[in-house]
Unconditional design. Structure first.
Length: 114
């Protein structure tokens, strides 16, 4: 049974930081490219960041470049999203996703107040 469990969301003021974690089980984590998505109220889910299996290559949606950093620890079966200089428009539910098998976590709410 595949499980992706996100944590680390919360309420933060604009300019603040949060670090999201996604712990995976039931998959061979090290062979899965991973992604973080987000969905704001009334909007479509969008891809925020992706990372390759070994972590050597990453990519980001333009609106988060320079502020967000995706990383992974294959020994801990965990992928992270460090979010700095948060803006109110970053408010959304954030989900992690396995590129292989198309598995999703339950999401964690991030709210950025102005």
């Amino acid at each position: 049974q595949v499980q992706l469990v996100e944590s680390g969301g919360g309420l933060v003021q604009a300019g603040g930081s949060l670090r999201l974690s996604c712990a995976a089980s039931g998959i061979v984590f090290s062979i899965n490219p991973m992604g973080w998505y987000r969905q704001a109220p009334g909007k479509q889910r969008e891809l925020v960041a992706v990372i390759t299996t070994g972590g050597s290559s990453t990519d980001y949606v333009d609106s988060t470049k320079g502020r967000f950093t995706i990383s992974r620890d294959n020994a801990k079966n965990t992928v992270y999203l460090q979010m700095n200089s948060l803006k109110p428009e970053d408010t959304a539910v954030y989900y992690c996703h396995t590129m292989l098998g198309d598995h999703w976590g339950q999401g964690t709410q991030v709210t950025v107040s102005s």
